[in-house]
Design a protein around this ligand. Sequence first.
Ligand code: BG6
Length: 500
Amino acid sequence: MLDAFDLVIFGGAGDLSRRKLLPALYAGVAAGRVNRDSRIILTSRSSIEGSQIDWLKGLFVANKPACGVEEKSLAEFSAMVTVIELGLMTAGDDWVALQALLTGDDARDNAKDDERALVHFLAVPPAVFTRTCELLCEYGLNESRARIVLEKPLGHDLASAQAINEDVGRCFKEDQTFRIDHYLGKEAVQNLLALRFSNIMFEELWSANTIDHIQITIAEDLGVEGRGGFYEGTGAMRDMVQNHLLQLLCLVAMEPPARLDGDSIREEKLKVLKSLKQYSGPEIDENVVRAQYSAGAMAGEAVGSYGDDLELDGESTTETFVALKAYIENWRWANVPFYLRTGKRLPDRFAEIVIQFKPIPHSPHAGWGKQINPNRFIIRMQPEDHLALRMMVKNHGSATEALKEVEMNLDVVADGGARLGPYLRLILDAARGDQSLFVHRDEVEHAWRWVDNIIAHWEHSPLPVKKYQAGTWGPYEAHDLMVRDERTWFYEPNGRLGDG
Ligand code: BG6
């Protein structure tokens, strides 16, 4: 097991910490993955309500960690947690107290504590990244054992991302800086790398020679409830495409790295981002669809529009849905379309990469009465981890000669093990100093360059933001993006198209 470490979560009582980080850490402690001598320090602007253990219990009951909630583990976990009140913008006694906690005599019960990893997790808006880093510097909390984890979004555009990277870079070296994208911590995503680079059969087929196209979907059934302040003016392009979707695209498309270390993987991902075709204005209108949900129904219940959810007075042009076609301009992927889509208030919650192979050139089975579907390799990250290969076989035992499509499931869950979630994996990697599943500043900046080009065009485009009814698969144009190319989106379980 990894040595004990200290973790400070800035924004420790905030939404991300309550919903994702603390439940993940609790599950990790209960499963014996986190050394119980570790310390978890939560900073908060104001004190938490009630006793710490009741507060933790309340948030675990609401957010359901993988292991369930159990009194003994809860008490053990609570003993590892300290909540302190701390202002993020100004130096003062609260910072002195944090410094004493982390470096003072209390922290040095044994000599090893001087070297234990110290992970600062900034679960706060990017506007306060700079000042928090400056204060960490001022109080000597950026020493070499320290690492800084930056939660997305890293800025609002290229210029703001560069400014943050510069500011953080003045306090922490690049090898101390961990830009998190929790999609890279998902088990099925890591399995994609294992499959691609440990099996000759996949790697040999992985190119424009055999692959027809690739689809990457992150669909959410939730709306923007509770996050309107952040979402309005951000939109799906910045919130999901700039990071999660482009990172997944990089992992699918990158060349095999020489080694699985941070630098080698990140160099290969960066080459993909640099090879993305930059669209001109009219090409953007043709290849990128943006839309916003209108009122509709989810599982039979009426739900409001985006504007209703945010209680907006006027019209908003913020997109809650994006579907696009991208190209990677290199030898391996020449002319292979990558279709990306994401949206809120879609009928189902799932995240999936579909590698669709080319159709066979000639069928000797003509007359067997079944359409021959192209092979598909499916990497599902949500709602469950699932890897599957779809292929055609003879309909075994049938009296007549017939083909059928079957799914070969690759059982990826080891030893019936519980899913511990991406955040735990990534926090432990940061404590270990392993940057392979974190994003390099150059990747962030290149992703912004590509996305900024599209957003800049939207600001002047005469094409309005489309509407789609909540509970449908987005606007007609997202469907048409595929149909025009004689293709379809692969997984549409409730299969309805929105009509605005
Ligand atoms: C976050 C976005 O990064 O990812 C959210 O800010 C989105 O808007 C979330 O809901 C989706 O993550 P997951 O793991 O629940 O699919």
